[in-house]
Every structure is written in C-alpha cells, then in structure tokens.
Write a protein that binds this ligand. Structure first.
Ligand code: CP
Length: 344
C-alpha cells in the first residue's frame, strides 16, 4: 500500500467515488442485516471506542456495528482513563494501538483526531472533535438524503437535479453541519440556506468554498417560515450549550429559539415531498408532535448510522489487514500523517 494508514479525520478527505462506495456498502449491510444478525468476518479484531465527550448514537452505533461484524469492542471514557493522571492524548493512542485494529475517537478539542492520527499506528476514526468535524455523521447523513430523496424521484447525483437544503440553529459549532456541507457540495447541485442567530453563523470559509464550487449560498436572508416552502431537506440542529463561554450568552441566544424551531403548525408551510433531519440529541427545536409526520426522517437517519458505520469499519479493517499482509513491519511504525495523507 502506498499510503501508510487510512484514518477518517475530515469530510474534505473524501472523493465523490469514496462516498458512493460507502453508500453502496451501507445499503448492502441493510439488506444483509435483515437476513442475519452477526458476522464472523472480523472475528478476533478489536475496535476501541474512546469517547472523551458524551455520546449516545455515535458510541452505540459504532459498538453495534463492530459487534455485527464479529469484532470485540473496548470502551474507554475520559473519567476512567489515565488522562485523569495527566497522560497525553498521544500516549493514550500509542497504548491503545497495542490492543486493537482501529480507534473511534470523540474528543472535546477541535483538531484532536488529527493529533491522534499523527501518533497512531492503527486507523483513527474522528467521531467528533469539539466544534470541528464529524465526518462519519456526514456520511450517514448523505446516505439518508440520497435514499429519502430518491423515493421522491430526485437523484442527487444527476447534474440536472438541484436540491435546496436549509440548515437551522447553531451553525458555528455544529461539527455535523461543517462536515455535511462539504460532502453535499461535493455530491450534488445545492442551494444552501443557512439560518442561525447572528453569533452562530456558518463559518465564512465553509460558505466561500461552496460559492467557489458554483453553489448558491444564502446566509440569514430569510426567515424559517419563508425558507420552509423551498426546502427539500430541512436540517435542524441544537443550540449547543456546552460550546458557550457563559450562561448569559447561551440564554441570550435561547431567548429567540422559536425562530429556529419547528412544530406541527410550522410544518404545514413545508412541501409534502421534503424531509426533516437532525443529528440528535434534540432539545425543543423539533416539537415531539412532528415525530409522527412521515417527513420526519431523524430516526431513520439514526438507523442508517448503523449500516454506514458497518461500511466504514469494514473498509478500514480490510485495508488495515492488507497493510499487515503487505508489510508486517508496519506494525512497529507510527503514521506519518500530514494534511493530505489521511485518505480513505
Ligand atoms: N449525532 C451524534 O453525534 O449524536 P451523539 O452525540 O449521541 O453521538
């Protein structure tokens, strides 16, 4: 293998063909899962779930995915780790590389996954680094959009199709939005509508990339009520209290939360052929009454996460195994990852 390791750190590392291969494999796992529950394909392989920030979906779906592929799982939280005694992230990663074939890392610091990859001799999967990125969420999100819009006869891969995707909420800190905007811009013709409180706007650099790639970008040029009839995809997010410096700043933003929330009445403005997504967890930005609306896709999105993470682990474990076969000495060397080397 030319490349040393195949970490998943950023959505920007993917090519269009990578994403469609993951989607095809996730679809295969969906079909296979309906027929059998556990494979023995990767028996004896171990995946470490290293979660230094809370998680329900990413943690549990990676665990379920690993088990369904026949892997063992080691779970490590910050509270139970020697980081509490002052051990560095790099030393923890070097240690875990002695026990496993891949590390799924969630960490509160932006850039932590990249740091971990530089120290690691096994693949690192970024499961969310602070307010940076969440590339595996973006993969399951594009899988969901692809499947759901195909049911309306919209093929996002067609150059003749333009879709309108409206992102709502905390767009400054939402790592899922940061990764998904990149992937959508890669895969489809998109009119992006970004709606957020002024202090939580989408990073200008991300918007600029989409404009440079020929997509239409509208930042806070209309209200949610005005945007709803235009949407093929409405992507809601939570205002992330944990990212605010003070309670006062959070409460100031939350005072206007109705502008960034939907309920049954508001959904009447939306098209019948559209979907509502949310990476979850939600607070009150989507009223529970919306759950029974067939356009509410967020729990189907959760299920898609399982199949997408099976596809991701399968590919990494296969590549990792081939590296060991091609070059057993690799087991004793760390990755020399730089910005461009962490390809899938
Ligand atoms: N979507 C997502 O990352 O959810 P968790 O924080 O529960 O993993």
């Amino acid at each position: 293998m030319k490349n040393s390791l195949h970490h998943i750190i950023s959505a920007s590392q993917f090519k269009k063909s990578d994403v469609f291969r993951y989607i095809a494999n996730a679809r295969r796992f969906r079909t296979e899962s309906a027929e059998s529950s556990v494979s023995t394909r990767f028996q004896g392989k171990t995946v470490v779930n290293m979660f230094y920030e809370p998680s329900t979906r990413t943690n549990c779906s990676f665990q379920a995915a690993a088990h369904k592929l026949g892997c063992n799982v080691i779970s490590l939280t910050e509270a139970a780790s020697s980081s509490k005694k002052g051990e560095s992230l790099e030393d923890t990663i070097r240690t875990l590389g002695c026990y496993a074939e891949a590390i799924v890392l969630r960490h509160p610091e932006r850039g932590a996954a990249h740091r971990a990859a530089k120290a690691s001799r096994i693949p690192i999967i970024n499961a969310g680094d602070g307010n940076g990125e969440h590339p595996t969420q973006a993969l399951l999100d594009v899988y969901t959009i692809y499947e759901e819009l195909a049911a309306f006869g919209l093929n996002i891969d067609s150059p003749l199709t333009e879709i309108t995707v409206c992102f709502v909420g905390d767009l400054k800190n939402s790592r899922t939005v940061h990764s998904l905007v990149y992937l959508l811009g890669l895969l489809a013709n998109v009119r992006f509508i970004f709606l957020s409180p002024k202090s939580l706007e989408i990073p200008q650099m991300l918007a600029d990339i989409q404009i440079a790639n020929g997509h239409q970008v509208l930042i806070n040029t209309m209200s949610l009520d005005e945007a709803l009839p235009l949407c093929d995809v409405l992507y809601m997010t939570r205002i992330q209290k944990e990212r605010f410096a003070t309670e006062f700043e959070y409460e100031t933003v939350m005072a206007n939360r109705r502008d960034y929330s939907i309920d049954g009445e508001r959904m009447e403005r939306a098209k019948q052929q559209m979907i509502v997504m949310h990476p979850l967890p939600r607070l009150d930005e989507i009223a529970e009454e919306v759950d029974k609306d067939p356009r509410a896709a967020y729990f189907r999105q959760v299920e898609n996460g399982l199949y997408m993470r099976m596809a991701i682990l399968e590919q990494l474990l296969e590549i990792h195994a081939s590296i060991y076969v091609d070059n057993p000495m690799h087991a004793n060397s760390s990755s020399s990852l730089s910005g461009e080397q962490h390809n899938t």
